[in-house]
Design a protein around this ligand. Structure first.
Ligand code: ATP
Length: 218
């Protein structure tokens, strides 16, 4: 279970399949922390990701890799709840669980890469997400946050709810874009490189790469 929150201030939430976790994920979280003044980022690996094919790698291995990636790093904590539960890892359910755990007043900030943000309207009960948390959308190579690309429903929400770091004292309700260092790293690319016998060093933490080698993943 996650450690209880001792630090006041906005809590960042980084969900993902993390198959495997890599520096794109970690810089997304770190630059969100920096740009938006997040006290802590909670890393939540999905057990059964609902929006995609089931990952080839077991939830326990994906959780272990995420644990290794943030081990000893101040400001990060791992949340294994999605892996422990057997049902699909819908973000809205995760946010409701966090609200129950942390109360109505704590600012929650769901951190998404631009590709994930653009896919939001396909998520389960997606219109219930913003009342529960802010959304921080980080830039990602190949994905623009232009209204033309968002589609009318998301573009309209974006223009109504658009905010800045200063709005994050409220518990929820704003969409805050932020620029992050462009890192064209994907878990898909890493899996393909490793499957072909190539090197993924410097795309992800050494401890994660060592785990992959020891457990013969990919
Ligand atoms: P896959 O290649 O298997 O689809 P992925 O590398 O995109 O995986 P996910 O676990 O699906 O990783 O992504 C979790 C979150 O991290 C999403 O919000 C996604 O937008 C974001 N993210 C992943 N890679 C990057 C990156 N290189 N830059 C910015 N955001 C990223």
């Amino acid at each position: 279970m996650p450690m209880s929150e001792h630090v006041a201030g906005p809590l960042g939430i980084l969900g993902g399949t993390f198959d495997p976790i890599h520096f794109g994920h970690l810089r997304l979280a770190e630059e969100a922390r920096d740009a938006l003044g997040l006290a802590t980022v909670r890393v939540i690996p999905a057990g059964q990701p609902p929006h995609r094919e089931q990952p080839g790698t077991g939830a326990e291995d994906r959780l272990n890799m995420a644990r290794l990636a943030i081990a000893g790093v101040p400001g990060y904590e791992l949340d294994d709840s999605e892996v422990v539960r057997q049902s699909p890892s819908y973000t809205v359910l995760t946010l409701r669980r966090l609200r129950t755990e942390l109360g109505a007043a704590r600012p929650l900030v769901l951190i998404l890469g631009a590709d994930a943000f653009l896919g939001l309207p396909s998520w389960h009960e997606w219109e219930e997400i913003l009342p529960l948390a802010h959304i921080a959308a980080g830039t990602r190579p190949g994905f623009s946050l232009d209204a033309a690309i968002m589609g009318p429903v998301l573009a309209s929400l974006f223009s109504t709810a658009h905010g800045s770091a200063a709005d994050l004292t409220a518990p929820a309700g704003r969409i805050v874009p932020f620029d992050m260092t462009a890192l064209d790293i994907s878990a898909t690319g890493i899996r393909a490189t490793l499957a072909a016998g190539g090197s993924a060093r410097f795309l992800l933490p050494d401890a994660v790469l060592d785990y992959i080698e020891t457990h013969h993943l990919y």
